[in-house]
Design a protein around this ligand. Structure first.
Ligand SMILES: Cc1ncc(COP(=O)(O)O)c(C=O)c1O
Length: 245
């Protein structure tokens, strides 16, 4: 008899992105280009690989503290200060997770109760759908409109109410490539402050911005204390298999 699955598990299927990759490899030697999954095609930095080899040789292989190895949290704080000028407290404000994927799930579980509402821009990176289901949140979708994938401020405003606990912002955005402007992030920040909402931002593509600086909503006035900023090694450092976020 097969194992009976939960009602939650029955609500979603296999990742579309991973299914596409599976089909791609199943095509055998027929020509094809896999545009589905974000596998960077450059090697991970030499220094990072050397440090990993050194750590293995030095027997650094026991449990880290639950919120991540101290040295890594301090390195993340230094890197954040280098790029954005603000140094988060590595003891209180940084948590290491198994990739941005786990960080998003953990952030939603930490912030949202069943029945709360979470604003999600669509089209969205596919994981946010199951994340919302697993956290028990009701997603409120707000459309990013073609051709520039901007949102209508009236539509966004209408999505907020006193049940809204969080908004998920993914900038630069997958799948559209949209980069949210400072003005758009300011409009979102105003709504977050008006409705006491937490901004959960997926900034895994923060270093793939080709015009102007990357703008973090956490750096806008009044947002530092109400933003959970998520990023990871996968894309920038070409290390999707390391699962570090
Ligand atoms: C927007 C976005 N967030 C997160 C991830 C995955 O991040 P990680 O590998 O750190 O779990 C991806 C991968 O495609 C992505 O596109």
């Amino acid at each position: 008899m097969p194992i009976r699955t939960s009602q939650k598990a029955a609500l979603f299927g296999e990742s579309v992105i991973r299914e596409m990759t599976r089909l791609f490899f199943a095509r055998g030697d027929k020509p094809g280009v896999n545009l589905a999954q974000g596998f960077p095609d450059f090697p991970a930095p030499f220094e990072m690989k050397e440090a990993a080899c050194r750590a293995i040789r030095d027997d650094i292989n026991q449990y880290a503290v639950t919120w991540g190895a101290r040295s890594l949290r301090h390195a993340i704080a230094d890197k954040t200060a280098h790029f954005y000028g603000d140094r988060p407290d590595p003891e209180r404000e940084i948590t290491v997770a198994c990739g941005a994927t786990e960080a998003m799930m953990a952030a939603l579980m930490a912030v949202v109760d069943p029945g709360d509402e979470v604003v999600v821009f669509e089209p969205f990176y596919e994981n946010y759908g199951p994340d919302a289901i697993l956290s028990g949140a009701l997603p409120r979708f707000v459309t990013l409109h073609e051709p520039d994938w901007s949102f209508d401020l009236a539509e966004l405003t209408a999505a907020f109410n006193n049940k809204t606990r969080a908004i998920i912002i993914n900038t630069p955005n997958n799948p559209t490539g949209k980069v949210f402007t400072r003005e758009e992030l300011t409009q979102i920040a105003d709504l977050c402050q008006k409705w006491d909402v937490t901004a959960i931002t997926d900034e895994i593509y923060e270093h793939m911005v080709y015009e102007g600086p990357h703008v973090r909503i956490a750096d806008l006035p009044g947002m530092r204390e109400r933003t959970i900023t998520i990023s990871g090694l996968s894309k920038t450092y070409s290390a999707t298999g390391w699962r570090i976020g």
